[in-house]
Design a binder for this molecule. Structure first.
Ligand code: HEC
Length: 273
């Protein structure tokens, strides 16, 4: 029962029940129910209810209250007469003027507040990378200690540029067969599936991603994907597949070479302690 904020719900319903016993005007009753339902939907739950859902419910509440009033000529009169009086009788003129000024002022304030709000990165932004598992990971029967593991083909860049290039080309093929649907054709994280995903696929062009990471980190993330993310710091809710189910170790190391080659970033080196 801790999903309800009883300190909101109990007073609201107590007030509505109290109104039931006092003969209040239909207009007061209408307003009281409307405000009461708003308070319950907006603040009655411990999880924050998104404003779009609140608006949807308030639309239903408004329709139900209007339907109730419209079913009876007496109720219609009880609601419209005070409103008509408010808008036409001289003695209410200052209040009417105040309402006429308040509405545009409230809209202006809302716009001002939205325009001056400091943009916040979405809470699922992939700027923070989880720590790699301390235990060695197992990929296709090989055990990798992520603290010391490195791309076995990186050294070819110096020792055998032709062989290195062949591996990069193989990585390119793997990328465009498997990864670009999500990570995009220029690796900007905007592939055709990207918009359906939250968190969105990592933008490898962003210097805050692979340029800050070691190749072993990428190997771990590619092999184990979203399912392999640690429980701490979650929920990650990542759609990144565990590629060890589809690619060989060689293919994963090669696609990593291609990610760096294509973006022009350099991997972070292994830190020697
Ligand atoms: C179904 C969509 C999808 C496909 C296909 C996909 N990824 Fe991902 N990938 C993601 C999402 C979403 C993330 C961000 C969430 C996360 O880190 O798990 C991500 C994250 C990553 C990361 C982590 C980067 C970082 O900064 O932590 C790497 C590396 C990566 N993907 C590589 C690949 C490679 C290589 C392939 C192809 C073999 C691939 N991805 C295919 C969705 C996908």
């Amino acid at each position: 029962m801790e999903q309800f904020n009883w300190w909101v719900i109990v007073p609201v319903f107590a007030a509505l029940i109290a109104l039931r016993w006092r003969r209040t005007s239909m207009l007061t009753w209408f307003a009281a129910w409307w405000i009461g339902m708003f308070l319950v939907v907006r603040y009655g739950f411990t999880v924050p209810v998104p404003m779009s859902v609140v608006k949807l419910y308030m639309g239903l509440v408004t329709a139900a209250l209007v339907a109730y009033v419209l079913t009876d000529a007496g109720r219609i009169r009880e609601v419209t007469e005070p409103l008509a009086a408010f808008m036409t009788e001289r003695r209410y003129l200052p209040y009417l003027a105040a309402v006429a000024l308040f509405i545009p002022a409230a809209v202006a304030f809302g716009i001002y507040r939205d325009m001056t709000r400091v943009p916040q990165p979405p809470s699922f932004a992939r700027t923070i990378h989880p720590a790699t598992p301390a235990e060695p990971i197992d990929v296709h029967g090989t055990s990798y200690d992520l603290g010391t593991a490195d791309n076995p083909y990186r050294e070819l860049e110096e020792t055998d540029p032709a062989a290195f290039k062949a591996r990069v080309e193989n990585g390119r093929k793997i990328y465009y067969e498997n990864c670009f649907y999500c990570h995009g054709d220029v690796m900007a994280g905007d592939g055709m599936f990207a918009h359906a995903l939250n968190p969105i696929p990592t933008n490898f062009q962003d210097p805050g991603t692979i340029a800050m990471l070691r190749e072993a980190f990428l190997f771990w993330r590619i092999a184990k994907g979203g399912p392999g993310l640690p429980a701490e710091g979650g929920p990650w809710a990542s759609a990144m597949p565990a590629w060890e189910n589809f690619l060989s170790e060689d293919e994963m190391w090669n696609v990593i070479l291609f990610l760096y080659e294509f973006t022009g970033h350099r991997p972070r080196a292994v830190e020697l302690h």
